[in-house]
Design a protein around this ligand. Sequence first.
Ligand code: ADP
Length: 299
Amino acid sequence: MRLGGRRKSVIFFLTLGVCLVALALALNVGWILLNWREVALLVLGVVVFVVIITGVVLNTTFLIREIRRNEQHDAFINAVTHELKTPITSIRLYLETLKTREVSDARRREFYDIMLADSARLMQTVEQVLRAGRATHKQRRSNASVINLGQLTRECLELIRVRYDLDPASLHYTETLDEAGARVSGDTDELRAVVSNLLDNAVKYSDKEIDIAVEVATLDERRVALRVSDRGVGIPRAQLKRIFRRFYRVQGGFMKRFKGTGLGLFIVRSVVERHGGRVFAESAGVGRGSTFTILLPRA
Ligand code: ADP
């Protein structure tokens, strides 16, 4: 319903913009035909005409951008509410069962494990939102230390493997390092969030067959690279840059089955840039996998 309303307002403003441009054009042409001798007025008319057209185009672009942004905010609030509500409902259900029924010891332990996993999921969502809030502050990082990026990546890979119960053969890890190793200077928690977000996405958007390649490499004396490649749903070429914006999620029918808040890559980009590095995505298109590369300065 809301989405339909938005689409209608986009169509309305587009039509309005086009009508105004056509009207101004007709007015201007008519005016020129009637007053072709009065050159000074003609010049003035043309200038006013250009100003009106520019104003109309700017106004329409701005309105459409605002409507899109609102749409993204709504989608984000829906996604976060869903991510918060689902584990809370599950925990409540298990607690009620434990309170009202006789449950065997084995079942009880199973319930506790499920509730712990649910609370971990809850914590992860809350931390993601808080991290995205912090990412908008441009202050200097406080807990800088020298980090072995290879080791940090291996730890994150192990966590992901356990969290999604993955077959070890579906994750391939390689290191191509010189003697100094992949040492970077930065905040361990923040860089761990970066690597986890990239690995989480690689698993989530892999669809059925998970085949993820992760590589840490020293490129030259100054830079170390982390590359995460999957064979998943891929990313349309036109959206490769936009996916790093806050709340941005790829548009298209194939995305409907994936849940998410659109914060992960925004956090990745903010943290990487704050560490003096950069991140970019590559994909041959929808259904053809994606590769994310992070370049960080060496310590
Ligand atoms: P979320 O995953 O919560 O939607 P992100 O900021 O992590 O938010 O990602 C933004 C968008 O980028 C996603 O909605 C998805 O469309 C796209 N994306 C991210 N990682 C991948 C990937 N590995 N493969 C395909 N698409 C991806």
